[in-house]
Write a protein that binds this ligand. Structure first.
Ligand code: UDP
Length: 486
């Protein structure tokens, strides 16, 4: 074993390259993962984030913070493909929503850039994001392991894999019958077609076009790395390990909610933490829909009125794109002054969730947000919008039960134009329900608090995620040593 662990003993560290997709929900956790691997074994791992220049800026504070603790992560930049976007706009959320297709186009155009960069730098291992299927071929050419980093959990990954097998049946027979998700361990899950990701319904969708290649490259690769902890979704982690990869490493949460967790992925408004400190424990509803979700102006106004009618303190993050123009109803800002705070742009979400004044989280169910809420022990109101978020919602509300739906009273859809506006009264009712003591909200909070303890245990010394990061490094070290010996 001493010889097999030779990366460190022989004085040569494993050069691991991390290639994230162009979205903050991918860039941030992958940078966190690189930092965790560097911290787990600095003598054996030399981690490098491989990113475009504007995306490097989005992870700069994460990397600087790790460096201040003595864990160095390198950054290697390559040019963002020319897809007709403004200079400095290189990811979803920073790009206007009508330019999302250009970001996906940039994925396709990255292939030759990634290939030549990887062949030139010859890393010892490649951790590449899901859409970059070609990383497996380059890794094979170099004779090194390729891992797929999947930023969503085991439950949604399995559900999507299994739904693909019945894709041709979905939507047949008219109406909107719920589609039972086949092959899920434990509880039966069913989802109406309107709540399923577009790639399951439209053959010309970007992911639909590359799904088979992505899956083949994942199965042919060394394994998958998943930002989750086993105790959050145990049967699904086991099943994923069994069917979906040669090896699976469950290493999350890679970003743990904490008071110190400021400034990731953006500037983060620190005033909101001071404001939270003026509020009683567990009294504030935190409202945030991730890094790129879009709301119609009408929906933004209903949400404003709903938060006002709830009579609870709230901290609401409005993306710059949604807050342009006149979104607040007449006199609203004056009426909620003192009780509500609006952050335009970016909040330090991990620090907000860790704040004792936060009592509930209205979330779009992006995987990172779901995981961060569970890890902070904060119950959630689910308001899924796109892609796999409606699937994540089932884990939150039906399987683990640390949250409830914000609204069920009308058509919900991943396609913005198809979904009905969630009315203000429904929002106010849902907030009252989750914040009241003694009812469903209290049960959800108790479950969330247990999850937080388990998340802390998972990343603590000897915990499941702590061990999986080390198992990953050991496996890569063995693979590298045996390649070096050939
Ligand atoms: N986030 C944040 N501040 C914000 C909005 C988002 O720190 O104002 C972070 C959040 O903590 C999470 C990520 O951005 O880590 C969003 O990822 P998620 O998967 O929840 O949603 P997406 O943006 O991918 O839809």
């Amino acid at each position: 074993m001493a010889d097999a662990m030779g990366g460190g003993e022989r004085g040569r560290r494993l050069r691991v390259f991390f290639l994230p997709f162009f979205a903050k929900g991918h860039l941030i956790p992958m940078a966190d993962l690189a930092c965790r691997m560097a911290a787990a074994s600095p003598e054996r791992v030399e981690a490098t984030m491989v990113v475009t220049p504007a995306n490097a800026a989005l992870i700069a504070t994460t990397i600087t913070r790790a460096a201040a603790k003595g864990h160095t992560v390198g950054v290697l930049c390559y040019p963002f493909p020319d897809v007709g976007m403004e200079r400095g706009v290189e990811c979803l959320g920073v790009a206007a929503s009508h330019d999302a297709w250009r970001v996906y186009r940039a994925v396709d155009l990255s292939q030759p850039i990634h290939e030549s960069l990887l062949l030139e730098h010859r890393p010892d291992a490649i951790v590449a994001d899901v859409p970059f299927w070609w990383a497996t071929d380059v890794a094979a050419e170099l004779g090194v392991p390729r891992l797929t980093f999947n930023p969503v959990g085991a439950f949604p990954q399995l559900a999507m894999n299994n739904l693909v097998t019945v894709r041709s049946e979905i939507g047949r027979g008219g109406g909107e019958p719920e589609v039972p998700v086949p092959g899920m361990p434990g509880k039966e899950i069913a989802i109406p077609p309107s709540e399923l990701p577009d790639f399951l319904l439209r053959e010309d969708e970007h992911l639909a076009l590359s799904w088979d290649r992505i899956k083949a490259s994942q199965l042919a690769g060394f394994g998958v790395v998943v930002n989750t902890f086993v105790d959050l979704e145990k049967p699904y982690c086991h099943e994923l390990s069994r069917v979906d990869a040669r090896r699976a490493y469950f290493v999350g949460p890679v970003g743990m909610p904490s008071n110190a967790a400021l400034h990731r992925g953006g500037d983060g408004n620190v005033d909101c933490l001071r404001w939270l400190s003026t509020k009683p424990p567990r009294s504030v509803v935190y409202v945030c829909f991730g890094s790129w979700a879009y709301f119609s102006p009408h929906q933004v106004r209903e949400l404003a009125l709903g938060l006002e009618a709830s009579n609870h303190p709230f901290l609401w993050v409005i993306r710059t794109e949604d807050s342009g123009g006149r979104w607040a109803p007449e006199g609203w800002e004056q009426r909620v002054a003192g009780r509500g705070m609006v952050v335009r742009g970016w909040a330090p979400q991990l620090a907000v969730l860790a704040h004792p004044s936060v009592g509930a989280f209205v979330t779009h169910c992006g995987w990172n947000s779901v995981l961060e809420a569970a890890s902070a022990g904060v119950p959630v109101l689910t308001w899924p919008l796109v892609f796999e978020q409606f699937i994540n919602e089932r884990l939150v509300t039906e399987v683990v039960a640390f949250g409830m739906r914000v609204w069920d009273g009308g058509k919900r859809s991943v396609r913005e134009g198809e979904s009905e506006t969630v009315p203000a009264e429904a929002i106010a009712r849902a907030v009252a329900r989750i914040m009241e003591s003694g009812g469903d909200g209290e049960r959800a909070r108790a479950t969330a608090e247990q999850l937080a303890e388990r998340a802390r245990a998972a990343v603590g010394v000897g915990g499941s995620s702590w061990s999986d990061i080390r198992r990953l490094i050991d496996d890569l070290t063995v693979a590298t040593a045996s390649r070096d010996e050939q």
